[in-house]
Design a protein around this ligand. Structure first.
Ligand SMILES: NC(=O)c1ccc[n+]([C@@H]2O[C@H](COP(=O)([O-])OP(=O)(O)OC[C@H]3O[C@@H](n4cnc5c(N)ncnc54)[C@H](O)[C@@H]3O)[C@@H](O)[C@H]2O)c1
Length: 253
């Protein structure tokens, strides 16, 4: 008979852990921030734009920052530290998608799409890493997409490239940081009921397309948040370097 497993990463007594969620104004980031609040974490919401009035729970603390600008990232780290102390959880949900076809992608647009998803995740993780290392515990969740594993259904080459890059960042970091008690995972959402998906759909009948999937509907933002809630928890200490599909069966890998 196998011996009973040892408890891995037992919950830490004391103050609730601090989580940072980027892109927290967006549909998926907002759902993650809300879920982590419900789980009892202190949640710092980071976004380029302030929250829409009345749109978000009052317990969320907001920090305006452009995740592609090192000075903004450093400032947000200092502000969060001042308010709550060290950060244990980082959810990199900020991202931009554009539907431009390859020949029409300007260099500025190419850089912008890669910068927000990929460089933003790099900068934010580097900024909050010292907190996690010092605690011997950390959780980093990066937002990739089905695009990262295959090809974007709606967005252009730059988006697929950025989201594939996010998977490389996730795997390489997971390998480097595992011995420090820090796990790094990616979520790969498919088509969700979000402004991003609706705005990119163009002539495509999104509901009809989603209706043809094995789970015949669009995903709901809370469903991604539930996956993130698990991944940042103590229960997920042995999951690292993973790219978790959540796409109603649109892509099975
Ligand atoms: N919506 C979908 O169906 C879907 C599918 C797969 C992957 N994703 C990914 O999930 C993540 C969240 O998607 P969403 O639907 O909530 O998108 P969204 O456009 O609603 O939200 C993205 C948020 O990121 C913020 N942001 C953009 N640039 C920023 C910057 N430089 N600094 C700080 N914040 C910035 C925006 O202000 C916005 O609030 C993105 O990374 C997206 O690529 C979304």
């Amino acid at each position: 008979m196998m011996p009973a497993p040892e408890v891995v990463d037992p919950p830490v007594a004391g103050a609730p852990r601090v989580a940072v969620v980027t892109g927290a104004r967006g549909n998926l980031g907002a759902a993650c921030a809300r879920a982590l609040l419900e789980d009892g974490y202190r949640v710092a919401a980071v976004d380029l734009f302030p929250p829409a009035p009345g749109d978000h729970p009052p317990q969320l603390a907001w920090f305006r920052a452009d995740v592609t600008v090192p000075a903004d990232v450093t400032r947000s780290r200092e502000q969060v530290a001042e308010r709550w102390g060290p950060v244990a959880i980082l959810v990199n949900a900020a991202g931009v998608a554009r539907a431009s076809r390859f020949a029409q992608i300007s260099l500025d647009e190419w850089r912008h799409v890669l910068d927000v998803s990929l460089t933003g995740s790099f900068l934010m993780t580097q900024a909050f890493l010292p907190d996690m290392r010092a605690a011997g515990f950390g959780r980093v969740i990066n937002f990739s997409s089905t695009a990262g594993k295959n090809v974007s259904t709606l967005a252009g080459v730059h988006y697929t490239t950025a989201k594939a890059g996010v998977l490389g960042l996730t795997r390489a970091l997971a390998k480097e940081l595992g011995p420090s008690g820090i796990t790094v995972n990616a979520v790969c959402p498919g088509l969700f009921e979000t402004e991003m998906a609706r705005s990119l759909a163009g002539d495509l009948d999104l509901d009809a397309y989603a209706g043809s999937l094995p789970v015949p509907r669009l995903g709901q933002p809370w469903e991604v948040a539930a996956l993130v809630s698990y991944l940042v928890s103590d229960r997920a200490g042995y999951v690292t370097g993973a790219a978790l599909d959540i796409n109603g069966g649109e892509l099975m890998t």
